[in-house]
Design a protein around this ligand. Structure first.
Ligand SMILES: [Zn+2]
Length: 234
């Protein structure tokens, strides 16, 4: 089964969502509103996340975090994401405050984290270490390859986006990462360098994994599904 371990599924029109129901979908949220929307999504292999994205932190207050916690305890939340830190954006200390609370929330709920860590790869890892987070996925990892062994040691994952074929930094990470760390993602419906990403494009990520790691496409698909099971199980 194909795996999209990071998609903003609530942004995909309802009539288009149906065609992805034969896949594993991890639906991440960006703010309070999209968290509530994501919790309403249905699907046998759909994993619902709630979270306040570092890009949404600027317009949010601690009351939003209180609301998010209420929502998380009320709904069937299976994951916290997309949360994290982003050094390219302003307001790092506020991002940190929001991220810490959401990491604690994930640990209290016993669910995995789905992370955004652009240019803040080590910062994110330090917060996870501080709280002892057990399950985490660094989405679209394009950070330093020197950090990968540390992520592997902790049993963390990285997800491979279809753009790996033309984004050099992301490809370097794929080349260096161990097989056990790999998941696939689309980040759809995000548009990157003119490419509109969508869940079915995880096939391209699988092809890249197969090619780089010297395994068959079927083996790559099986590997990613096995890794997903470890990411999702307590
Ligand atoms: Zn995303």
């Amino acid at each position: 089964m194909l795996v999209d371990a990071h998609t903003h599924f609530h942004e995909i029109p309802p009539d288009e969502r149906a065609k992805y129901m034969g896949m594993w979908i991890i639906a991440v949220a960006d703010d309070l509103e999209s968290s509530a929307e994501t919790l309403k999504l249905e699907g046998e292999h759909l994993v619902r996340c709630v979270g306040i994205h570092p890009w949404s932190v600027g317009g949010a207050s601690s009351a939003h975090l209180d609301e998010l916690e209420k929502l998380a305890y009320r709904g069937e939340v299976e994951c916290i994401g997309e949360v994290g830190l982003d050094r390219r954006r302003k307001g790092f200390s506020k991002q940190l405050e929001f991220f810490r609370r959401q990491v604690k929330l994930a640990i209290d709920l016993g669910v995995p984290l789905n992370l955004h860590a652009l240019d803040a790869w080590r910062d994110v890892l330090e917060v996870l270490d501080h709280y002892g987070a057990e399950r985490a996925l660094f989405h679209w990892y394009s950070g330093p390859t020197s950090l990968l062994p540390e992520l592997e040691e902790r049993g963390y994952f990285i997800s491979v986006n279809p753009c790996v074929v033309f984004q050099r930094k992301h490809m370097k990470a794929l080349e260096q990462a161990s097989l056990e760390m790999l998941l696939t993602e689309s980040d759809g419906p995000y548009v990157y360098r003119g490419v509109k990403l969508e869940p079915s494009m995880v096939r391209e990520s699988l092809k890249a994994i197969a090619k780089v790691k010297g395994i068959s496409l079927a083996e790559a698909e099986e590997l990613v599904e096995e890794n997903l099971m470890r990411y999702l199980s307590r």
